[in-house]
Design a protein around this ligand. Structure first.
Ligand code: UTP
Length: 289
């Protein structure tokens, strides 16, 4: 079985749900506490053993590329001022030379099209996909671990209230064993009464390279976009396909409320920030105890 060594980060979307913040700044550079969203996704991938980071970018997304480059001037200044802690923080953002690869999606035709734009860099091997606007702790490592047992394609899923199925992709579940659920179908945004389950697709995937042939001739679907879900559905029956319920929390940072909650919760989890944060909240009339 080929190992998962590469991850694709589709970051070419317009981020219209969080305007005006995203007018001239990529959604993926929005900050949760003190790190941009894209850095959380890269750190999650690295913790899962990923070695090559492929970013599918678009116009106006140059700051993502800059974020993963050396910041020579800042590093030099910090060194001269003896600020070693800050220098270390800077250094940790930079992947080894050649490990980060950037390719452009020239037009935002949908998530499926963005993934297809990475086909020549991924080549003939399985790969992970992470949507950085969803902050999910440890999900890629969970998928990679499950992949050792099942092979094939895997998706991370989250149980949601039935009345919400109309907003998400949902799996049709088959047999369940060892915390892995066989996927027998995928339905995009089903009405609650028609949803085959309440297990929603989150933004974490392990896919086989055969997905690229499906994406090649995939017709536009929901929202007139080329949907990754539609192409994945065509792999079911041809290759193993499993879902893994996420073990940690998930924050939808592509929505305003989700973004704010992520900042608050992640701030409260940080021992260096939580005491001051709680005090300031209390002074604002919010007592978290
Ligand atoms: P979203 O639909 O959440 O992102 O796509 P969006 O289109 O940027 O956001 P809204 O809905 O307008 O607010 C999920 C992921 O897929 C990427 C996005 O950058 C995001 O990481 N994406 C989406 C692309 O790379 N290209 C696309 O054509 C569409």
């Amino acid at each position: 079985m080929k190992p998962i060594r590469k991850a694709v980060f589709p970051v070419a979307g317009l981020g219209t749900r969080i305007l005006p913040a995203t007018k001239s700044m990529p959604k993926e550079m929005l900050t949760i506490v003190d790190k941009p969203l894209i850095q959380y996704a890269v750190d999650e991938a690295r913790a899962a053993g990923i070695e090559t980071f492929i970013f599918v970018t678009g116009r106006g997304k140059d700051s993502i590329e800059d974020h993963f480059d050396l910041s020579y001037e800042m590093s030099d200044t910090l060194e001269k001022r003896g600020k070693t802690t800050e220098q270390k923080i800077l250094a940790e953002t930079v992947p080894p030379a050649g490990d980060a690869i950037f390719v452009r999606q020239q037009r935002p035709l949908g998530l499926g099209h963005a993934v297809w734009c990475a086909r020549k860099i991924v080549g003939d091997e399985p790969f992970a996909v992470l949507l950085p606007d969803e902050l999910i702790e440890g999900a890629t490592a969970e998928l990679v671990e499950a992949y050792q047992a099942t092979g094939g394609n895997l998706v991370s899923v989250l149980n949601i209230p039935r009345e919400q199925t109309g907003s998400y992709g949902v799996i049709a579940p088959g047999a369940e064993a060892n915390g892995r659920i066989e996927v027998t179908g995928l339905v995009e945004k089903p009405k609650p009464a028609e949803a085959p389950s309440t297990l929603m697709l989150t933004g974490r995937y392990v896919l086989q390279p055969e997905i690229f042939a499906k994406l090649e001739d995939q017709k536009p679907g929901a929202g007139n976009e080329i949907q990754l879900t539609d192409a994945m559905a065509r792999l079911i029956g041809e290759q193993p396909f499993h879902a893994v319920p996420i073990g940690g929390a998930r924050y939808d940072c592509g929505s305003k409320a989700g973004f704010l909650v992520a900042n608050l919760v992640m701030g409260l989890k940080r021992p260096d920030i939580a005491p001051a944060l709680k005090t300031l909240l209390k002074e604002s009339g919010i007592d978290l105890g």
